[in-house]
Design a protein around this ligand. Structure first.
Ligand SMILES: NC(=O)c1ccc[n+]([C@@H]2O[C@H](COP(=O)([O-])OP(=O)(O)OC[C@H]3O[C@@H](n4cnc5c(N)ncnc54)[C@H](OP(=O)(O)O)[C@@H]3O)[C@@H](O)[C@H]2O)c1
Length: 257
């Protein structure tokens, strides 16, 4: 398989660029494209044996629909999208090629995938699945194979709830009108860790976080729980009910499962 060409649509920046570097290091020829750079989308589909789509979530389906019809049966169409349902179903629908959904559970700041989790959804996979697994395993990634539905359900917690929480805290800090420089002088180690995460979200690719939260079909359930929980906490705090709050925090069933 070493002689193959890998085309990454959205390979000029972000996660696509990270994977372009990765496959180049593995000895493959990698062609990258963006809106103004590289081959046009249909040509990528015709020319490359493996095509990877890595564009903003909200335009992923549109891009897949442009490349899918040009993929050959013996080729592989993949995506790196943080959500798997809609993109992977679009890949299945618009192409006759093999289809694998991939979600790297790490950001571009990492030097290597060693020790990091990667989700695979091999929905129409043949020879290419072993090829892909071998490369990822060789580089030390933890591979998790699952369905599109389970991936998106769990990502509503791992990413949706997680980022929603950070954004809520960041917005409250902003609304409070506090001077950040002064606030940092009073920081505890735990607060510093949280602040670093919030700053990352507010300054680096806000669109990605907004799309991860708004486009996951499972987020309405999380939001209902969030609202219910906050209102319960508000009631306890307003009543200064420290006993019940302590009991709620002490409830350990999830940590012991
Ligand atoms: N960032 C992460 O940490 C991370 C982690 C895991 C998964 N992902 C997934 O990776 C995908 C890309 O996210 P990202 O954060 O890497 O985004 P990004 O940094 O904004 O990069 C987006 C890429 O898409 C290209 N692009 C934008 N519109 C396009 C269009 N209409 N046609 C062709 N190319 C287009 C851009 O190229 P030009 O600017 O050159 O036009 C750029 O190369 C998303 O699906 C995201 O969920 C991201």
């Amino acid at each position: 398989m070493k002689g193959i060409e890998i085309g990454i649509i959205g390979g000029t920046r972000g996660m696509g660029r990270w994977f372009a570097g990765f496959f180049k290091k593995e000895g493959y020829t990698v062609l990258v494209s963006g809106r103004k750079t590289g081959l046009d989308i249909p040509t990528m589909g015709k020319k490359c044996q493996v095509v990877i789509v890595s564009v903003p979530i909200s335009i992923t389906r549109e891009v897949i629909e442009q490349v899918g019809p040009h993929m050959k049966k013996e080729s592989l169409l993949m995506d790196l999208t943080s959500l798997k349902g809609e993109p992977v179903k679009s890949m299945l629908k618009s192409s006759i090629s093999e289809v694998i959904g991939l979600h790297p559970l790490f950001g571009m700041a990492v030097d290597s995938m060693a020790g990091h989790n990667i989700v695979l959804c091999p929905v129409r996979a043949g020879k290419w699945l072993d090829w892909l697994r071998d490369i990822l395993v060789k580089n030390g990634a933890n591979i998790i194979e699952t369905t599109l539905e389970r991936h998106d359900e769990l990502m509503a917690l791992v990413q949706g709830l997680n980022h929603l929480n950070s954004i809520t805290m960041g917005m409250i800090l902003r609304e409070s009108g506090v001077d950040l420089t002064e606030l940092k002088r009073f920081a505890t180690p735990m607060f510093n860790t949280k602040l670093a995460i919030i700053e990352e979200i507010f300054t680096n690719n806000p669109r990605l976080y907004a799309e991860i939260i708004t486009l996951n079909p499972n987020m309405h359930k999380i939001l209902d729980l969030y609202e219910k929980t906050l209102s319960r906490l508000k009631s306890l705090i307003n009543k200064r009910n420290r006993e019940t709050l302590t009991e709620l925090i002490k409830e350990r069933s999830i940590w012991e499962s």
